[in-house]
Design a protein around this ligand. Structure first.
Ligand code: MSP
Length: 535
């Protein structure tokens, strides 16, 4: 079947990322890009439809749902590149799962209560609720600019969330796991956590935020975490994949082994929070509140907010994506809280590394952040998404530099993938009036190139499935390299010059390469959705 492809210059221009970037020169192209929302809610198996050598698994799992979450971000300050990183990764995974035919619920949101937020609001001269409104909107705007296609955005100040937290608290209380006691300790306001003296730096400085912890004494309600020590140990032994990457499991196991201490889940000195059901002089501790957001997000707005309906709308989550600094909350506190309330624990917690600047965690508290809006404005969302997912091994730390950013995007997207597309379209226009002379599946039949592309696309699928996002990008890039080598070996430009049968062979080669281009576009679409759509 012959098909005509439109290869007008405007399409070539709108693929600007496939041409080399320089630091500031690219901005003017952005206005031309208008993209459809929810582009990739395709039917099952769409991603590897012509190339998968292992469709069976995809088909069996296709009716499953896949619920994944980012952390709920603190609204003490606008988002920075570190907060965007988790969300970009989550969006790529969500898009991959949608392409694989799963019914995806991608949850994100903002964590709006607690002392840190109240202090940030006061510092800006705003009320806490005005402040939360502004910053949570800043998150939503950034997610839109980065092409984050989330399904649910939960704010912990949402009344439905508050109802569900109270109900959850009451369940845990009824189960005998909450008691009142005095507590005296060193508190890090930025972590919103009491710290053990032995984990602190000199002068009681928090090792994450490099700020001093403050001595606190309070009459609080406590959660009986120690009661769940054995159950947690057993869960991790029976289900070693619960914490990933696997090297983080050891850390979690050693925390548990060293003995779990009950933790305080209310604050007498903090007004900006959800009142405790059995004592309105105290508010719920911000972590005991925020973790419930993963469940309350599932509750449909029209529902009377209630724990059971929220749970039956998709709990347990398939995957919590978090940074390594909040692993203890997700892999120890949260499962124990759920066990106490008689609810299932999430299937997997993945703790990724930090984006660093000069070796230090990039963060709002340290003030060494990278401005995501500026990066997106200068280079577009696809370049930003691609760089961080390809260049930072998911699970490990990674450093940013603008030179590296530009070099990588140029080398991979412009020189490898862009070059292949431009060469092919150029030859097709010059020699075939931009008409495809043969069906691509027939043209590719029996070629070693096709076998290679099939193998690489299966590698990409495997790596996406296992959250090795950098390796998935690498496999797609390999298809681009293979396509360029195929083009060089076959030299269709000289075959066209010979005319006759040689010319037909050359046209067939172009079709084969364009099919590889189509596969590259789909296989990279979880990472570079705009660019893929344009290709
Ligand atoms: N509000 C809590 C999460 C509650 S979830 C029920 C919180 N918020 S946060 O805004 O401080 O951090 C949110 C996420 O951003 C965390 O996963 C954290 O690891 C991540 N990052 C913040 N800075 C980061 C980097 N510099 N690099 C990578 N991720 C980083 O914790």
């Amino acid at each position: 079947m012959a098909a005509r492809i439109n290869c007008s210059t405007s399409i070539q221009n709108s693929l600007w990322l496939l041409n080399p970037l320089n630091s500031k020169a690219t901005t003017h192209f952005r206005n031309r890009l208008k993209f459809r929302q929810n582009l990739f809610s395709l039917s099952k198996g769409a991603m590897f439809c012509t190339c998968s050598t292992n469709n069976d698994k995809t088909n069996t799992d296709s009716t499953d749902s896949f619920v994944l979450t980012t952390p709920l971000y603190y609204v003490n300050a606008p988002p920075h590149m570190g907060s965007a990183y988790t969300t970009i990764a989550a969006d790529a995974i969500a898009r991959f799962q949608r392409l694989s035919g799963k019914k995806v619920v991608f949850v994100t949101g903002t964590d709006e209560h607690g002392e840190k937020i109240a202090a940030a609001a006061a510092a800006c001269g705003s009320s806490p609720s005005e402040h939360c409104e502004v910053i949570s909107q800043a998150y939503k705007t950034l997610w839109k600019d980065l092409d984050i296609a989330y399904d649910k955005f939960i704010r912990t100040t949402d009344p439905k969330h508050e109802e569900i937290v109270k109900e959850f608290y009451s369940r845990v209380l009824a189960n005998g796991d909450i008691y009142k006691a005095d507590y005296e300790g060193l508190y890090c306001i930025n972590c919103e956590e009491y710290k053990d003296e032995k984990e602190l730096l000199e002068n009681h400085y928090c090792p994450i935020h490099l700020k001093p912890c403050v001595a606190r004494k309070e009459d609080n309600y406590f959660f009986a975490l120690s009661k769940y020590q054995k159950q947690l140990e057993e869960t991790l032994t029976q289900n070693p994949d619960f914490v990933q990457p696997s090297f983080r499991l050891n850390e979690v196991q050693s925390w548990i082994k060293s003995g779990l201490r009950d933790f305080s889940i209310s604050r007498a000195s903090v007004d900006w929070g959800i009142p405790i059901p059995n004592d309105d002089k105290q508010t719920v501790y911000v972590w005991f509140d925020a973790l419930l957001g993963y469940i309350s997000a599932l509750s449909e707005n029209k529902d009377q907010p209630n724990l059971q309906t929220a749970v039956s709308s998709g709990w347990p989550a398939s995957l919590h994506l978090i940074g390594k600094d909040i692993l203890r909350f997700h892999a120890v506190y949260w499962p124990a809280m759920l066990m106490s309330a008689g609810l299932a624990i999430p299937k997997k917690v993945f703790g990724h590394g930090f984006l660093t600047k000069d070796g230090m965690k990039m963060g709002k508290s340290l003030g060494n952040t990278l401005e995501p809006n500026e990066l997106v404005h200068n280079f577009g969302p696809d370049a930003v998404r691609y760089f961080f997912l390809k260049e930072v091994e998911f699970g490990n730390d990674g450093d940013y530099s603008e030179d590296r950013f530009i070099n990588i995007v140029n080398a991979h997207l412009a020189n490898t993938i862009g070059n292949l597309l431009n060469r092919t379209l150029g030859l097709l226009r010059k020699n075939c009036q931009s008409t495809l002379v043969v069906d691509s599946t027939i043209a590719a039949e029996g070629t070693a190139f096709k076998d290679n592309v099939e193998k690489l696309v299966e590698n990409a699928r495997f790596h996406y499935e296992n959250l090795s996002l950098s390796s998935a990008c690498e496999a797609v890039l390999e298809i681009g390299n293979a396509g360029n080598s195929y083009m060089d070996e076959r030299a269709p430009w000289s075959l066209f010059k010979q005319g006759g049968a040689a010319s037909e062979t050359a046209a067939k080669d172009l079709v084969i390469i364009l099919e590889a281009m189509r596969i590259i576009a789909i296989a990279l679409s979880p990472v570079t959705p705009n660019l893929s759509w344009r290709i």
